[in-house]
Design a protein around this ligand. Structure first.
Ligand code: BES
Ligand code: MN
Ligand code: ZN
Length: 475
């Protein structure tokens, strides 16, 4: 991770970044010669009218980058920070001169810089210049370095947690089995979380029937991880529960997926990664609430021991399920985890995250995650947090008609609806494992779990979508 620091001035740097808002530079830091160079450059380009734009010129001190924004919104500054990564890439140190007097500007730009400079390069044995990052350090000039540092602390924790989620999602399934994932979660104990791992023996004893039916075809045993953060010890209940789908590889099982892009299904544990990373950030931020996270970690594989289409299993809740498609496995994993969270820990407000359906990905693409909720206030609060962080949600319906599509003639329900409204029937399936008085939202993140082309704050690849949203939501 690039080292970020804040200072009133710097002595030397490989590259100098001057920010402008609407084409205006703060000139107090500039020599007259540089001011001329920059103003000329600004005049000759259409720079003024464009946002988050970057231009490189040669000033008296060396490589000089002019970075422009059109407005002073947090997300604009974050994008600018992300865009700086490619602009300074051959250099090791950079200094950023802000366009405004606001401490918030440098904090947001620095946050964007961290988000945008993420690289997953541990498996690249031969150094390729643009894949591995050279930039080591960026110093942000501000009148109030102490205040900037303090505000940035929280952003740094969140950025590191986004990195953790992206790392977990980028790992191939042979390097991140359910057991290895659970071990990594256990390691988070040192951030202040209390962690319990349920092994297959315990899952059998407790009767996680649906989750175990997904796992039974794989040579890699399942795990369920429970993470607790107690930020308000006086209160004996949990304020919020987070549940994540952690299918470390989804082949589809006996209802095998087609070969094309099947490798993407190593990321079918994004929900679990985001819940894990978010719990870490809550602990390190010392959030003053009690929050519990539960993730179901399984691998969905075809084999002689795998669940067959047509099999009927009994869930942890006691309800029976006819499994007509073994590729609709996420809901089976989540249903048991949701039930466990309510019945064992009495949680009354739950948000789950899952790469659950191709249908939601088709509907909303990479722009919005699907939001399903049984409570309008919760839905609105999540939507607002999405707008603040740029992790957008779009609410989709869950009603009786969709729910009815899950009825089975020989069991309490089937695990698939029909050809249509796949996101809604999946959500209704989960709803059958939500108690009457539980306030609940389900985020279908199948489309937003990675970025195909990359954005300023998310290089091509796993996005870690949800960590920022949930951190804003908890506030
Ligand atoms: N993990 C997939 C959903 C998915 C698809 C996520 C593409 C990201 C990209 C999920 O387990 C699945 O296979 N869902 C099926 C459900 C169907 C069989 C009812 C789907 O969406 O096709
Ligand atoms: Mn599947
Ligand atoms: Zn899946």
């Amino acid at each position: 991770m690039i080292t970020v620091s804040f200072a009133k001035s710097v002595k030397s740097s490989d590259v100098f970044v001057f920010a402008t808002v609407n084409g205006k530079v703060k000139n107090s830091e500039l020599s007259n010669a540089d001011l001329k160079i920059i103003q000329n450059a600004l005049k000759q380009s259409k720079f003024v009218a464009q946002s988050e734009k970057i231009m490189t010129v040669w000033g008296s001190a060396g490589k000089t980058i002019i970075a422009g924004v059109k407005d002073e919104a947090d997300l604009t500054f974050q994008n600018l920070g992300g865009n700086l990564v490619s602009a300074v890439k051959e250099d090791e140190t950079a200094v950023y001169y802000p366009a405004t007097d606001s401490v918030n500007e440098v904090v947001q730009v620095a946050f964007g810089l961290l988000l945008g400079s993420y690289r997953f390069d541990k498996y690249l044995t031969k150094e390729t210049a643009d894949k591995k990052l050279k930039l080591k350090k960026m110093t942000f000039i501000t009148d109030n370095p102490a205040q900037a540092k303090k505000l940035f602390q929280e952003k740094q924790i969140i950025a590191e947690s986004v990195y953790l989620a992206r790392d977990l999602c980028s790992e191939p399934a042979n390097a991140l089995t359910p057991k290895i994932f659970a071990d990594k979660i256990k390691d988070l104990s040192n951030s202040g979380l209390s962690v319990d791992i349920l092994t297959v023996k315990e899952l059998k004893a407790k009767k996680f029937g649906m989750l175990l039916s997904v796992a039974q075809g794989s040579a890699n045993e399942p795990r369920v991880a429970v993470m607790k953060w107690i930020g308000n010890p006086k209160k004996k209940t949990f304020d919020l529960g987070l549940v994540g789908k952690g299918v470390t590889f989804d082949s589809g099982g006996i209802s095998l997926k087609p070969g094309a892009n099947m490798g993407d299904m190593k990321q079918d544990m994004t929900g679990a990664a985001v819940v894990t990373a978010t719990m870490r950030s809550f602990a390190l931020r010392q959030v003053k609430q009690n929050i519990i996270g539960i993730v179901g970690l399984v691998e969905n594989m075809p084999s002689g021991t795998a669940t067959r289409p047509g099999d009927i299993v009994t869930s942890l809740s006691g309800q029976t399920v006819e499994i007509l498609n073994t590729d609709a496995e996420g809901r089976l994993v989540l249903g048991d985890c949701l039930w466990y969270m309510q019945s064992t820990y009495g949680v009354k407000k739950i948000v789950d995250l899952a790469t659950l359906t191709g249908a939601v990905m088709m509907a909303l693409g990479e722009e919005y995650a699907g939001l399903f909720a049984n409570n309008d206030v919760l839905a609105d609060n999540l939507t607002t947090a999405g707008q603040e962080t740029g992790e957008h949600l779009w609410r989709l319906p869950m009603n009786k008609a969709y729910n009815k599509m899950l009825d089975s003639p020989i069991a309490d329900m089937k695990n698939i609806g029909g050809r249509y409204a796949g996101g809604s029937t999946a959500a209704c399936f989960l709803g059958r494992f939500i108690k009457e008085d539980t306030v609940w939202a389900h985020l279908d993140i199948a489309g937003v779990d990675s970025s195909e082309k990359g954005t300023p704050t998310c290089p091509k690849g796993s996005s870690g979508w949800g960590v920022r949203l949930l951190n804003a939501f908890i506030k």
